[in-house]
Design a protein around this ligand. Structure first.
Ligand SMILES: Cc1cc2nc3c(=O)[nH]c(=O)nc-3n(C[C@H](O)[C@H](O)[C@H](O)COP(=O)(O)O)c2cc1C
Length: 167
């Protein structure tokens, strides 16, 4: 599919139970984290998926070294238990892929894995990132989402190599 096809379904998932952000480290270990914040659009003349990850997440440490990531959107109403688990437990303490019995497949480039059985999969190559600076944020967002000593999210830009629909 074209990267922007099914944008409504992506947003519906992000606004609902979430989607999986899947990252592989250099040693073949894979972690899945549930995300509700992401942006899809065009940067540097390329289709880009931007994900927002708090520095406290295990996923953040993995993304710092990763070749890329995939964003996997389950079919409507499916994998709710898995999304809840991957959105509340950390890969530091759990092998979430195993605990949820998620089946992985090779992505569109080395270092990318995705979750089998999802409706939409975005395969992304790491295209850099930037840490949000608290002083640049709207006071409402700062007060609502971040504690006084808490670092805001880091944005990671993923150049979309391939967008797939399995519906
Ligand atoms: C529906 C939902 C959406 C979430 N969205 C995000 C997000 O966009 N960014 C983020 O940093 N954490 C988000 N979280 C929290 C992480 O998924 C959660 O802290 C997770 O346990 C982190 O896993 P990790 O330590 O293995 O990376 C979300 C959680 C849920 C349940």
């Amino acid at each position: 599919m074209k990267y922007c096809d099914n944008f409504d379904r992506l947003c519906e998932a992000l606004e609902g139970a979430g989607a999986f952000l899947v990252v592989e480290d250099g040693k073949g270990r894979v972690n899945a984290m549930t995300i509700g914040w992401a942006q899809l659009g065009v940067i540097w003349g390329e289709p880009v998926m931007t994900v927002l990850v708090r520095p406290s997440r295990h996923t953040h440490a993995m993304l710092e070294k990763a070749a890329g990531f995939t964003v996997c959107v389950p079919r409507r109403g499916e994998m709710k238990k898995e999304l809840a688990f991957c959105g509340s437990k950390s890969g530091r303490e759990y092998d979430k892929i195993r605990a949820c019995a998620l089946a992985l497949k090779d992505g569109a480039a080395p270092g990318l894995k995705y979750i089998d059985g999802c409706a939409l999969v975005y395969h992304c190559a790491m295209h850099g990132g930037t840490q949000l600076a608290p002083e640049t944020l709207a006071p409402e967002a700062l007060g609502k989402y971040y504690g006084p000593a808490e670092a805001p999210h880091k944005l990671y830009f993923g150049k979309i190599l391939k967008a797939e629909s399995f519906r």
